[in-house]
Design a binder for this molecule. Structure first.
Ligand SMILES: [Mn+2]
Length: 327
């Protein structure tokens, strides 16, 4: 458990002006859960706080309390303090923001640093657990059912509901506290995981048809073409989490999903590792980033084949480097 003082707490306690909390584009459970929890807490403390997301609130997170208050970014306003959560930098917001002081709260390795008020801990299971530490260091008694639900959602979703390697004693300690403050594990699971549309199921069916193994079965990938969304009446946010299907295959070490984004002229890649391969290195070589077990990048390419070849090239490089290091 964290013992040292947290500089961001002192800064926020003294803050007089407006504070914008921004999530990364296409927010996941940790980004929005963390952001909402900090937003609700700061408002409770009498601060002029706002929360914004470039892509609004996805369907699978619209059960979080007060999400109707999320601002669609950019909104053209100036904020005295900007806090980006669960992101390796403000560029991950996906749009330009006008903010005075910049602060980052995150658990990704590397990324941009804005000064001593940043709170970055790659050992934290989720950004949500860092938000919990901030609130605990300030006034834990302010955690009500709504705030607990938001933090719990970040922690639960980033750990695959307490299955991934970032699940440890500390993860459960925080989860236990949150449940004691009113978070309901079964409710969060049901709302997050069991409200899929028929279209999403049809999308999964199409996507699983593309499943391919590479490198003697060590690598598995799926492809999500833009037309799949159109044919099934789904949208980009429905692709969230599909990369877990290739990862679940026996013998696979690296899983990826490659998603066509024609409006941006690029291919978005999500990477997952099962045990030993560091997929953050694979993503970094292609201009992206992340953690050892989960990372992502965007590839500019003229064709699917070109994008796939670039991706596989970086994957092969990582596999052979790690094989050599293991000898
Ligand atoms: Mn996260």
């Amino acid at each position: 458990m964290r013992k040292e003082s947290i500089p961001i707490v002192e800064l926020l306690k003294e803050a007089k002006g407006s504070i914008l909390i921004a999530t990364h584009e296409n927010p996941d459970g940790d980004a929005l859960g963390s952001g909402m929890a900090l937003y609700l807490f700061l408002k409770k403390k009498g601060k002029e706080a706002y929360i914004g997301s470039k892509d609004g609130v996805p369907h699978f997170l619209n059960f979080l309390p007060h999400t109707e208050e999320v601002i669609s970014l950019p909104d053209g306003r100036f904020y005295d303090i900007g806090i980006v959560v669960d992101s390796s930098g403000f560029f991950r917001v996906g749009t330009e923001l006008k903010v005075g002081k910049k602060i980052r709260i995150d658990h990704h390795v590397g990324g941009d640093f804005y000064g001593r008020h940043d709170l970055i801990d790659p050992k934290a299971p989720a950004t949500a657990s860092l938000i919990y530490e901030i609130i605990k260091a300030w006034d834990e008694s302010a955690i009500d059912k709504d705030i607990a639900t938001c933090i719990y959602t970040g922690l639960a979703t980033d750990t695959g509901f307490f299955k991934y390697s970032n699940t440890n004693e500390y993860t459960f300690e925080v989860a236990k506290r949150l449940v004691s403050f009113g978070a309901e594990p079964h409710y969060v699971y049901r709302m997050f995981s069991e409200r899929e549309s028929l279209g999403k199921m049809k999308l999964i069916s199409k996507v699983l048809d593309t499943l391919t193994l590479y490198e003697n079965g060590q690598v598995a990938g799926i492809t999500i073409l833009d037309r799949f969304f159109k044919e099934t009446g789904t949208t980009y946010e429905d692709s969230e989490g599909l990369v877990n299907y290739p990862r679940s295959i026996d013998g696979v070490e690296v899983a990826f999903a490659i998603i066509e984004k024609p409006e941006d002229g690029l291919w978005k890649v999500s990477l997952r590792s099962k045990l030993n391969v560091d997929v953050s290195k694979i993503a970094e070589r292609l201009g992206g980033g992340g953690h050892k077990y989960a990372s992502g990048c965007k590839i500019k390419a003229n064709s699917y084949e070109e994008a796939l070849e670039k991706l596989l090239g970086s994957i092969r490089q990582q596999l052979s480097m790690q094989e050599k290091a293991a000898v």
